[in-house]
Design a binder for this molecule. Structure first.
Ligand code: NAD
Length: 483
């Protein structure tokens, strides 16, 4: 069956308002395959009135599912994702251009998010304190418990993991009995709609979740300021994130924004391992992970060997038709993005960097690219370059490595290649980043564990199922006169 047929058969060309498919009544947003350029289908351009209706219906539905019921829904959805792995991966690949290897990997991550949500839903999240512990204390006990938000969660997701980004917003909401209105990226709306259907089929009350599609210039303001939302959770770029912070007013915000993650290779590093991590970190998901390796910082004593190993592995990284299961990489999200990488790399070369491999482009297909002699002030590395580019910068000592790593506006994650505990301790303490992974890519994590950046990379709560559940709940403290 063609993907177009799959989209029509499953009515993925309709939004879901309170579980009901709502087809376009007026204008639509067309979605094209980034590799072939063919039209996959289109989704409605929601009106502000439709968005208001989604919030109002969600607000009117009070969820009272037991922990067991929430866990069971999420576990059934995980089973379904795993059973439908291949068709989900085909859909992700068709709308995003990510290669099948990446899309299949994403389905596993989505199932993990669901399983962790099911597991956390069962866990009691309250605490108990004895109150007779100070001179002025009393024989009382203090308890805490968490409750879902009073209003509806407004969630906005980016294009780079079409289903997993959606899962990270919706699953913690289901696990905590919250209601959600989610707007997926207009570039990849179908995976989000399919994910909602999987949850409805697993037993999620339909009114608890709506997926609205549309042009953010038309419905963005409503999503940020609707009177029935008391939390906006956003994953995406810094510019929109800061716009949201300035617009949303008095409501809770979860902002997960861009990254510019370094891999730091010290002079004692295992060069084969470091080069493998650098290449995987740079090119997996076509370099479009917020935690992709964006800067390769290498000690000058091993820079030549490391650079050679990175170039060799880059040449071996196969790319092309995303539907070819043997390829390591498909396209980037669209031709405009690929043109931007090409232009930034060419500008760096004009400013003195040396191109070692790549920087070829055909439509949205952009070759994995390595360049060295890069300087930190070049746009390629001081801005987030959200694609498969490996810019190499060398340093003389650990002080310089830390200064380079911290020298951008971002602070998401990092990788460190060394076995020296004194260096590791300094790097963990002094890198201004949300995470530091020793001898792993910056993007490595469990879907459960706390994740998120500082500086321009994020504000407020972290993500990861456990932290997101905290951010989606109100904590109530109560006490009794029995100690
Ligand atoms: P983007 O900021 O362009 O868009 C993200 C979402 O915001 C989309 O759904 C878009 O429609 C919506 N949007 C745009 N204008 C809006 C407005 N005025 N009001 C409300 N919503 C609006 O990001 P993108 O290009 O889709 O994704 C790539 C970016 O996301 C990169 O910067 C990447 O680093 C970041 N990202 C961050 C994380 C993280 O966890 N920190 C994870 C993945 C991606």
């Amino acid at each position: 069956m063609s993907i177009q047929q799959f989209i029509r058969d499953h009515r993925l060309d309709a939004m879901r308002i309170a579980g009901q498919p709502v087809a376009a009544s007026g204008q639509v947003i067309a979605v094209h395959n980034p590799y072939t350029g063919e039209l996959l289908g289109s989704v409605p351009r929601a009106t502000v009135a439709q968005v208001r209706q989604a919030f109002a219906t969600a607000q009117a539905c009070q969820l009272t599912l037991t922990r067991y019921e929430r866990g069971a829904i999420l576990n059934r959805a995980a089973d379904s994702v795993l059973q439908r792995r291949s068709e989900i991966a085909n859909l992700i690949t068709a709308e995003s251009g990510l290669c099948l290897k990446d899309s299949l990997y994403e389905t596993g991550r989505v199932a993990d998010v669901l399983r962790f949500g099911a597991q956390e839903a069962l866990r009691d999240d309250g605490q108990m304190f004895s109150a007779d512990t100070t001179p002025a204390g009393k024989k009382r006990r203090v308890f805490t418990q968490r409750a879902p938000l009073l209003g509806v969660i407004s969630a906005i997701t980016p294009f780079n993991h079409p289903m997993n980004q959606v899962a990270h917003k919706v699953v913690p909401a289901v696990a905590t009995n919250n209601r959600v209105v989610l707007k997926p990226s207009e570039k990849v709306p179908f995976s989000a709609i399919l994910f909602a259907d999987i949850l409805y089929a697993a037993g999620l009350p339909h009114k608890a979740l709506s997926i609205v599609t549309g042009d953010p210039r038309e419905i963005g303001l409503e999503l940020l300021t609707n009177a029935q939302t008391d939390l906006v959770t956003f994953t995406g770029g810094v510019a929109i994130g800061k716009h949201i912070a300035a617009t949303a007013g008095y409501r809770r915000l979860v902002l997960e924004l861009g990254g510019n993650d370094p891999i730091i290779v010290m002079d004692d590093a295992d060069i084969d391992e470091a080069a493998t991590l650098a290449v995987q970190g740079s090119y997996k998901n076509s370099g479009q992970r917020c935690t992709a390796v964006k800067r390769l910082l290498v000690h000058e004593a091993v820079a030549a060997r490391f650079t050679e190993a990175v170039v060799e592995r880059t040449r071996a990284w196969t790319y092309g038709d995303p539907m070819d299961a043997s390829h390591d990489m498909g396209t980037v999200i669209d031709e405009t993005a690929a043109q931007l990488f090409e232009q930034r790399v060419s500008e760096a070369v004009a400013q003195g960097a040396r191109l070692l491999v790549g920087n070829q482009r055909r439509g949205a297909l952009y070759a994995p690219t390595v360049l060295d002699r890069v300087r930190p002030e070049m746009t390629l590395v001081c801005e987030e370059t959200f694609g498969p580019v490996s810019p190499i910068i060398s340093f003389a000592n650990i002080d310089e490595a830390i200064a380079l790593a911290n020298g951008t506006a971002y602070g998401l994650s990092s990788a460190v290649c060394t076995n020296r505990l004194d260096d590791i301790t300094r790097l963990v303490n002094e890198l201004h980043m949300g995470s530091v992974n020793v001898r792993e890519v910056p993007g490595w994590r469990l879907e459960l564990t706390p994740f998120g950046g500082i500086k321009d990379s994020g504000l407020g709560y972290k993500e990861g199922v456990q932290e997101a559940m905290k951010s989606f709940t109100n904590l109530k403290t109560w006490s009794v006169p029995w100690g």
